[in-house]
Ligand binder design. Structure first.
Ligand code: FES
Length: 286
């Protein structure tokens, strides 16, 4: 897997462990134990991801992330900490981090989070390149949606629904705009978006594939279907293809357990899917 990563943690054992896990997978990794050292490195070098601890002497993680934002450092940020608190989660979410992991974590968990983070950053870069003009007009539309609805009772959910219709998903940056305009905490917006499965925080392809990994589907080889679809589409779970034609999402239950294993493509439900031939479902959409 390609990608460059800066690890920032005052515990050298954590830094070494991350390097030990990530380097053999092909990532270019640099580890530092001081925030000031990280700041110095970032003057001359860009990274796809920065994985940072929160509790560090001299300059803590939240101040470091604020500095990254002030300096417009384009890397995705993943926070890792052994001391998560509501307050620290809220602060870092408001600063626009990509993901949040708690220590200790297993090597496979770290690899999974990093792979998703790198993929997210690559997708975001592609979207930004292709959509600068479109995003300007969408920003105007978004303002209108908020202004029209903000004084209505229970305004948040209709605003989120209309915004998702407009943009296709609800990235952290858009959640921050909505929170600011409604004068409510970002964590409140984030809580609503995460609670309802209808809301999406990542972009969806022209065709949206949802694969159920709930118990009934899991015991009928849903994970093999997942592997088949991932290798056919060349994306990870919850990813989107480069041409943005397909996105692959895993869900916990699609409410059709009697048909397990179940895949839904756009509005079409496929039951008793054969794991070996799962990719053949996509022929009609290609
Ligand atoms: S567990 Fe898959 S549809 Fe319910």
């Amino acid at each position: 897997m390609e990608g460059s990563i800066l690890i920032v943690d005052d515990d050298p054992i954590v830094v070494k462990s991350c390097e030990y896990v990530l380097k053999p997978e092909g990532y270019e990794v640099k580890g530092v134990t001081k925030v000031k050292e990280a700041m110095g490195v970032l003057v001359n070098q860009n990274f796809d991801l920065i994985i940072t601890d929160l509790k560090m002497p001299e300059i803590d993680g939240v101040k470091f992330i604020s500095w990254l934002k002030e300096k417009n450092i384009p890397s995705g940020i993943i926070v890792m900490t052994g001391y998560p608190s509501q307050e620290s989660i809220k602060d870092t979410l408001e600063l626009g981090i990509v993901d949040y992991v708690t220590k200790p974590f297993s090597p496979s968990f770290l690899l999974d989070v990093v792979a998703k983070g790198i993929k997210f950053m690559m997708t975001r870069t592609t979207l930004l390149k292709g959509e600068v003009d479109a995003s300007k007009s969408k920003a105007e539309e978004l303002k209108k949606i908020i202004q029209t609805n903000k004084n209505k009772p229970g305004a948040l959910i209709p605003i989120l629904q209309k915004t998702q219709e407009l943009i296709g998903y609800l990235p952290a940056s858009v959640q921050r705009i909505i929170a600011k305009e409604l004068r409510i905490p970002v964590s409140e917006v984030h809580a609503v978006v995460s609670f309802y499965s209808f809301f999406k925080m990542k972009p969806r392809g022209k065709h949206s594939i949802r694969l159920c990994l709930g118990t009934a589907c899991y015991v009928k080889q849903a994970t093999e279907i997942l592997e088949k679809l991932k290798s056919h589409l060349k994306i990870e779970a919850d990813g989107i293809t480069e041409d943005r034609k397909f996105s692959l999402e895993t869900v916990r239950c699609l409410g059709a357990c009697g048909l397990a294993p179940v895949v839904v493509v756009d509005g079409d439900t496929y039951g008793a899917v054969d794991p070996v031939k799962a990719d053949e479902l996509l022929v009609n959409y290609e």
